[in-house]
Design a protein around this ligand. Structure first.
Ligand code: ADP
Ligand code: MG
Length: 339
């Protein structure tokens, strides 16, 4: 009997993987911003056209790539960030899967310019649907520019599935804000169709939050702080009187990575017990730092969910930290006795 199983060609495998990593323009934004952060950039620019449908571009002043790496980075499972499986448990980078660029290049037109500080010339590469169109030496500043055009040009079903510009733009802003809030020490700017949307000079957590969400946020924030063996907590929670009807600004960051956690959210809500009008939601910006070997980030391709070794302890510490801060800042309701 002859065999009927075949290995898929790379460009097909890439396109399949892209389905997981790249759901919409905002996914490209996330991956490119994270690569810029991992490259040690201190200045990151995001340029968007038509809510990312025609252009998503990220320009960084990070370490750039050599000629060889500038080609290798588009290979699947090509990464400079881990070497062996054990490294997954001591991660200090956003990336590690080595899939984003291969995936993006499989389903878009990509133009990349990159140069390392000490190289005289940089490299300019054009790749479309996993096919290298050109590669030339080029006079460039230090850092990397990634322009992604015509996303899903070769997957019409995906392209048609994109939502309105308003919705796609909202997703992009969400991703931008998440990365910007996680890294206040980096200067971020964002432009949409030629207009500046955000200009965030490097600062601290509090100032970054205020710059992202407006000056009015400042007076609403109560600082939280705790340091234990398993976690360091800092950040801010909103005073109860500013609670909202919808879940507006609620952010968890673990080791500088935005994450979603229904479980930790529950811990926050438990800390507010009795302080919030029924059904209303507090604002919070909570930065957790844990030893990298106590979490597993590799449970989902977009890495927004992670697994903690000791969830229960984390829950208890977070809840009591917030409760304590809310109490200290005298924001518990003042009992108003009828006289
Ligand atoms: P990962 O981030 O998981 O390693 P990517 O596909 O996103 O995978 O990137 C592949 C590799 O390309 C990275 O490991 C890195 O070495 C290099 N790279 C990507 N973006 C940049 C950048 N902006 N500056 C410097 N190097 C980059
Ligand atoms: Mg990456």
């Amino acid at each position: 009997m002859s065999s009927i199983i075949q290995l898929l060609p790379d460009h097909v495998a890439n396109q399949i993987a892209a389905g997981e990593v790249v759901q919409r323009p905002a996914s490209v934004v996330k991956e490119l911003l994270e690569n810029a952060v991992d490259a040690g950039a201190t200045d990151i620019k995001l340029i968007i056209k038509d809510a990312g449908k025609s252009l998503v571009q990220v320009i960084d002043n990070g370490k750039g790539m050599s000629v060889t790496d500038s080609r290798l980075c588009f290979e699947r499972h090509a990464t400079s960030k881990i070497r062996q499986a054990e490294d997954l448990f001591s991660l200090h980078t956003k990336g590690f899967r080595g899939e984003a660029l291969a995936s993006i290049a499989a389903i878009a037109h990509v133009e990349m310019k990159t140069k390392q500080e000490l190289d005289e010339l940089g490299t300019h590469i054009i790749i479309e649907g996993s096919k290298f169109i050109s590669q030339d030496p080029s006079v460039l500043p230090k850092g990397t520019s990634f322009a992604v055009k015509n996303l899903f040009f070769n997957i019409p079903a995906r392209r048609n599935f994109l939502k309105s510009e308003t919705v796609e733009f909202r997703h992009i802003v969400d991703e931008f804000q998440r990365v910007a809030l996680a890294h206040p020490n980096i200067y971020f700017t964002m432009y949409h169709n030629g207009s500046e949307m955000f200009n965030l000079p490097n600062s601290n957590y509090r100032q970054r939050i205020v710059n992202v969400f407006s000056g009015k946020t400042n007076e609403k924030l109560v600082p939280i702080q705790e340091e234990t063996e398993i976690v360091t907590i800092e950040g801010f929670v909103g005073k109860p009187e500013f609670a909202k009807k919808n879940r507006g600004e609620q952010f968890f960051f673990v080791n500088d990575r935005f994450i979603k956690s229904g479980y930790l959210h529950h811990a926050v809500m438990a800390a507010y017990e009795g302080l919030l009008p029924n059904g209303s939601q507090p604002t919070y910006f909570i930065y957790l730092n844990v030893p990298p070997n106590t979490i597993d980030i590799n449970i989902h391709p977009t890495k927004t969910e992670i697994k903690f070794d000791d969830e229960h302890a984390l829950y208890a510490i977070l809840r009591s930290t917030i409760k304590h801060s809310l109490g200290q800042f005298n924001v518990a309701p003042v009992l108003d006795f009828d006289r």
